[in-house]
Structures are given as structure tokens and as C-alpha cells.
Design a protein around this ligand. Structure first.
Ligand SMILES: Nc1ncnc2c1ncn2[C@@H]1O[C@H](COP(=O)(O)OP(=O)(O)OP(=O)(O)O)[C@@H](O)[C@H]1O
Ligand SMILES: [Mg+2]
Length: 329
């Protein structure tokens, strides 16, 4: 099971769009994919469920990531995540015939309460890292994901977990970093996004260092804590403006700036297409599954997913490549 956190410091750069499309594309290849919506805006959740269905069938039934976080009691292991997961029906109709599965751990508009509770548990935003609840908070999501390996959930656990993070580096985002083995960073080709990438990677680096250091210091009390070593899979440029069929030269400058930081960038990128991404709200299908997606955008999505699998070392996702799929678009 590979776990990829999709994170950025800046809002509106395409985290949710990437999570939905990468998750759906790989599920359509016959893999088992879990998407986790960690953002209280719940945009990922609402891209698969109408608000009323979310309220009645998920929020009221306590099938959200908020309910899972809140069901935990001190000094116990978190309850298995499987009981909180749902399968969005419109996407399942397209995906199931290929043998894949696309599940969602939905968010909740009040997920901010969890952020506050966890921060309080740590002893506040400026908490010293020696707090005794450090791993209880930061290891919780990783422990939840490990529960899929431990129980018979269908025939086998997920091949891939993609986590849609909120646009800041709070406790919940840090718990996602502690649970993932790769980070994917979407960015728009503009100066603020470039600065945001640098800031995010600095924050991740410091958190990983701190986590491993606390692990050493508390090794007597928490001998089983795993050292973190998440890899940056790369920066993906989203909403790229094209001029006469090619990305504007402006883009090159931003790619160079990010490369100079020593960060890998994806060759594939996604053009700005309001029709494909912003206008599909009522279909509850990501662009990669929609028959209405224009051919050029569909090709860019396929290229991106191919590159994602290559960079991830797709062997971990089981046999079977993306080869036949291109014929379907
Ligand atoms: N390639 C694209 N072309 C045009 N619009 C896009 C594209 N990708 C995403 N969008 C739209 O841009 C908006 C922001 O995208 P998205 O929600 O994926 O960003 P985000 O990083 O998750 O935002 P937030 O930080 O608020 O969670 C959405 O309305 C989305 O539909
Ligand atoms: Mg989002």
C-alpha cells in the first residue's frame, strides 16, 4: 500500500482536483484506491456527493474522518478506519467493471474542531516537542491506515491511498505527512506558488527532523515509532495557460525556479480548462472519468497518471500498466 499526501501551502492550486483525478484514474486501471479528505472545506467529498446526501448518509451516520478522529480514546489504538469509509456510487459505476475500487474517507465541515482538539492535546500551537502526547497525535492517522493491513477488508488492502490536505501546515496535515511515504505538490506557475513550494518543503523537512528526533528522545517509552523519510514525488504544474497550443514562456521561468530549489518537477502538466474542471460540479465524476472531458485535457491527465506511476515505482501497485487505457479516451 503506497500512501501519497497531496499538499501545498497555497490554496486553490489543484490539490483536490489532483487527488480526485489521480485516485479515479488508478482505480479505473483495476487498482484499489482510498482517497482521504482532510480539508474542512470538504471539496473532495462534495465533488463525489451532493451536499444533502453527505449530510444524511455520511455526516449524520458518523462516516467521516472527523467521526473517526473523535472516536479515539486515550491510551487505546484508534478504531479501524474501514468502518468509516464510503464508496461514491457515480464513480463506482464507471470503475467497478474494470475490477477496481475507489473509496473515500469523507471530510466534515467541522473538521476544524479536530485540528483544535489535537493541537490542545499537544499542549498548544507552540507546544514543546517533548510533549508526552506527541506520537499519540501525529502517529494516529498512520496507525489508522495500518488497520487496513490487519483486517480482512475485501480480498486485499488498498493499493494506493491519496490524501487531500488542507492548504496549511497544521496538526492534521502533519499527521498526514507522518502517515505518507510520498508527497505530491501541485503548483500554479506564478510567483506565490513558487514561494509556497519552498515554504512547504521547508516545513515538511523541519517536521520530519523533529519527529525523528522526538522518536530518538522517547525511544524508551515509544520503541516502535518508525523513522519518517517521505519522498517528494514532484511538483505538478496545474492550470497552465497555453498560447498557440503551447505553455507560455512564463511557465519556463517558474519551472526553472523550482528546479533550482532541487525539487523534482513533473514533465506532464494540466492546462487551464474551466470547462473540464470547474464546470463538472453536478456530475459527481472527476474529469478523468467523464465522457465530456475534451481530448487534449484527457491526454494530459493520462500522461500525468503515467508519470505519477513511474515516479512512484508502480511495482508496488501490483501488475498491470496503463497501456491499454489510452485507447479508451
Ligand atoms: N486545470 C484547471 N483549469 C481550470 N480550473 C481548474 C483546474 N484545476 C482545478 N480548477 C478549479 O480551480 C479551483 C481550485 O482547485 P482545487 O479545489 O483543486 O484546488 P485546491 O488546492 O484543492 O484548493 P484549496 O486549497 O482551497 O483546497 C476549483 O474550482 C477547481 O475546479
Ligand atoms: Mg482542496
Amino acid at each position: 500500500m503506497k500512501v501519497v499526501a497531496i499538499a501545498s501551502y497555497k490554496g486553490g492550486v489543484g490539490k483536490t482536483t489532483l487527488t480526485a483525478n489521480i485516485g479515479a484514474a488508478i482505480a479505473r486501471l483495476g487498482k484499489r484506491v482510498l482517497m482521504i479528505d482532510l480539508d474542512p472545506q470538504a471539496n473532495l467529498t462534495f465533488s463525489f456527493y451532493p451536499a444533502e446526501v453527505w449530510r444524511l448518509e455520511l455526516a449524520d451516520q458518523r462516516r467521516t474522518v472527523k467521526a473517526w478522529f473523535e472516536s479515539w480514546r486515550p491510551d487505546t489504538t484508534p478504531p479501524p478506519l474501514a468502518g468509516y469509509v464510503t464508496t461514491p456510487p457515480t464513480a463506482a459505476e464507471v470503475i467497478a467493471p474494470g475490477g477496481g475500487r475507489l473509496d473515500l474517507l469523507a471530510s466534515h465541515l467541522a473538521l476544524g474542531d479536530v485540528e483544535m482538539d489535537l493541537t490542545a492535546r499537544l499542549g498548544g500551537a507552540q507546544a514543546h516537542r517533548s510533549t508526552r502526547h506527541y506520537f499519540e497525535v501525529y502517529e494516529r492517522l498512520a496507525t489508522g491506515l495500518a488497520s487496513f493491513d490487519a483486517q480482512p477488508y475485501g480480498a486485499r488492502p488498498y493499493d494506493l491511498v491519496v490524501i487531500d490536505c488542507p492548504p496549511h501546515f497544521g496538526v492534521v496535515t502533519r499527521a498526514a505527512i507522518a502517515a505518507c511515504d510520498h508527497v505530491l505538490v501541485p503548483a500554479r506557475p506564478d510567483l506565490l506558488s513558487t514561494l509556497g513550494v519552498e515554504h512547504l518543503l521547508g516545513k515538511i523537512g523541519r517536521f520530519v527532523w523533529e519527529y525523528n528526533r522526538v522518536g530518538e528522545l522517547q525511544s524508551g517509552v515509544h520503541p516502535a515509532v518508525k523513522r519518517l523519510d517521505p519522498r517528494v514525488l514532484g511538483v505538478v504544474f496545474m492550470m497552465v495557460q497555453y498560447y498557440r497550443g503551447r505553455p507560455t514562456s512564463f511557465l519556463r521561468r517558474h519551472i526553472d525556479q523550482i528546479t533550482e530549489l532541487g525539487v523534482p518537477t513533473f514533465t506532464s502538466m494540466i492546462r487551464s480548462s474551466h470547462r473540464s474542471f470547474a464546470g463538472t460540479g453536478d456530475a459527481y465524476l472527476p474529469a478523468v472519468l467523464s465522457p465530456d472531458t475534451p481530448y487534449d485535457v484527457a491526454c494530459e491527465l493520462v500522461d500525468l497518471v503515467e508519470e505519477f506511476l513511474r515516479r512512484l515505482g508502480a511495482s508496488g501497485l501490483g501488475e498491470g500498466g496503463i497501456g491499454d487505457w489510452r485507447g479508451e479516451i
